[in-house]
Design a protein around this ligand. Structure first.
Ligand SMILES: Cc1cc2nc3c(=O)[nH]c(=O)nc-3n(C[C@H](O)[C@H](O)[C@H](O)COP(=O)(O)OP(=O)(O)OC[C@H]3O[C@@H](n4cnc5c(N)ncnc54)[C@H](O)[C@@H]3O)c2cc1C
Length: 476
């Protein structure tokens, strides 16, 4: 029999993992360890990026507290025995046990499998609100965080050269979504803009307007009520406006509209008000539950109706027997689910009984900017400096790989000593002779090459591509 070529068009793997985020990478790492010991199987991880993004640090990247590279980890260095393919899975035929993906060359390939672990995460949900998808920033990728920082610095530069009467919209910032993530983004970003504005002679801290908009009646509803109230009081005391029970109805011509008639003229709207499962999930032939787009699983993390299709993370609806509901889409759940599914898949391959998944959250923490945080640990509400310190310590310890921990620790130490960076790191390419800005096109192949076309066509993260178009100036 001919040996299987490593990159032939049709391949087979015993275990296929889709998505290298919190759920997928933890499944892959646990299987990697099991492969060293008793498991005999071929395991393949396919993910769109060749790095694992630590999302809790994204607000800090946007706020220039840590280097963007330090919030990501190269997947290839995290795995020894699991094969990694950088690619986008386009279609999964669960009945035929076959995944079709586009690799980085834009070539379409198929992989057949015995077991598939789905962990493609979620995408931003705009709920069809007018103008948001096109005009708002999101905070889901490392590119989003860099673009937000570049954009904020660019606004400060523009505002510096305008009279106060003409620049208020440039210095007004709106974050929509007062859940834990949105509150964190608003707090960190407000701190950053205030500190950065000190370098602009004509801009006073009082010129900066930051509005956090939430449609419910309180902030950070994932936390106890008094912690949500602390978040509100703390952010307000620093000068932030908090609009509660405020529903955004549109964002057009630089005007963010609220249902009650209020408006904000702003060039910066950061949308942090909802996610939905990856579009890959919608195409999978499986049972659904009412008003939940996620893939429902049983307690062993098998997708209902299948014994070889497994799902974890944001795209899975995993029953929480203790609460009588489904588990929330958080990183801490995805990590545990990822490790557990790896063990169950290994047990299935070895013909052993499966183990049910149980997990109760130990707590939740968020940073609200320098020296202030909020959360709940082991059921105890925590606010102020202790919460901020606990947040930093916890995330430092849970970051994978020592080199990343050290780099983040150095970034944080330097931030305590020096003001934030106010440079715009534009991904631009200048014409070698004329100096004209050629935008962000890849070099080689003469313009849009095959890979760019194929991947652009399949990428579901439309906000990112639109935002890069916003930062790329046309060539004169
Ligand atoms: C700004 C921010 C801050 C957050 N902070 C916290 C926090 O402090 N605590 C907490 O518990 N949770 C936090 N979360 C939530 C947490 O990030 C998610 O719950 C978690 O990432 C879900 O893990 P996952 O594995 O399901 O998806 P992800 O971690 O998103 O990973 C999905 C992976 O799949 C890849 N992928 C997607 N589609 C495809 C495809 N078709 N083909 C190939 N690859 C694909 C993606 O590129 C990605 O690598 C935060 C989220 C954000 C956005």
């Amino acid at each position: 029999m001919e040996p299987e070529l490593p990159n032939s068009d049709n391949e087979h793997t015993d275990v296929l993992i889709i998505g290298g985020g919190f759920g997928g990478i933890n499944a892959a790492r646990r299987l990697d360890r099991l492969l060293r010991r008793r498991l005999k199987a071929k395991v393949t991880l396919i993910s769109r990026t060749n790095f694992y993004l630590f999302t809790p640090l994204l607000a800090e990247v946007a706020a220039a507290l840590i280097d963007a590279l330090h919030a990501v980890n190269p997947i290839r260095r995290m795995l020894k025995r699991v094969r990694f393919i950088q690619g986008t899975v386009l279609k999964l035929d669960a009945k035929a046990r076959e995944a079709t993906y586009a690799n980085e060359n834009g070539d379409e390939r198929t992989l057949t499998y015995e077991h598939c672990i789905l962990a493609p995460g979620s995408v931003t949900a705009f709920f069809g609100i007018k103008g948001l998808e096109k005009g708002a920033f999101t905070m889901k990728t490392v590119g989003d965080a860099i673009q937000v920082r570049n954009h904020v610095v660019s606004l400060l530069e523009r505002a510096e050269s305008l009279p106060p009467s003409k620049r208020q919209h440039l210095l007004s910032f709106a974050v929509v979504g007062g859940g834990l993530n949105g509150t964190e983004v608003a707090g960190e970003l407000f701190d950053f803009v205030l500190r950065a504005s000190d370098d602009y002679a004509s801009i006073q801290r009082g010129d900066i307007r930051m509005v956090l908009i939430e449609m419910r009646e309180s902030l950070a509803q994932e936390l106890p009520e008094q912690v949500g109230s602390y978040c509100k009081d703390n952010l307000q005391s620093r000068g932030m406006e908090i609009w509660l029970s405020a529903r955004v109805t549109g964002y057009t011509n630089g005007l963010l509209e609220i249902r009650d008639g209020r408006e904000i003229a702003t060039e910066t709207v950061i949308w942090s008000a909802g996610v939905r499962p990856s579009p890959l999930i919608a195409g999978i032939d499986a049972e659904r539950i009412e008003q939940d787009d996620r893939l429902p699983t049983n307690e062993f993390l098998q997708v209902r109706g299948y014994d070889n299709l497994w799902a974890v993370g944001d795209s899975a609806a995993i029953p929480d027997a203790k609460e009588g509901t489904y588990m929330p889409p958080t990183a801490q759940h995805a990590v545990r689910q990822g490790r557990h599914v790896a063990v169950n898949v290994a047990r299935a391959i070895m013909g052993k009984p499966l183990e049910p998944f149980h997990y109760s959250s130990l707590g939740m923490l968020a940073t609200l900017g320098r020296y202030r945080g909020a959360g709940r640990v082991f059921g105890i509400p925590l606010t102020g400096f202790p919460a901020w310190f606990a947040w930093r310590t916890y995330y430092l310890l849970t970051l994978p790989r020592w080199d990343r921990r050290l780099r983040v620790m150095i970034d944080w130490t330097l931030d305590l000593l020096f003001p934030p960076e106010i440079v715009q790191l534009k991904v631009e390419r200048l014409h070698p002779e004329t100096g004209a800005d050629l935008g962000v096109e890849r070099r080689g192949g003469g313009g849009e090459n095959q890979r760019t076309q194929a991947v652009n066509a399949t990428r579901d993260s439309a906000p990112s591509s639109e935002q890069s178009a916003r930062t790329a100036k046309p060539a004169p």
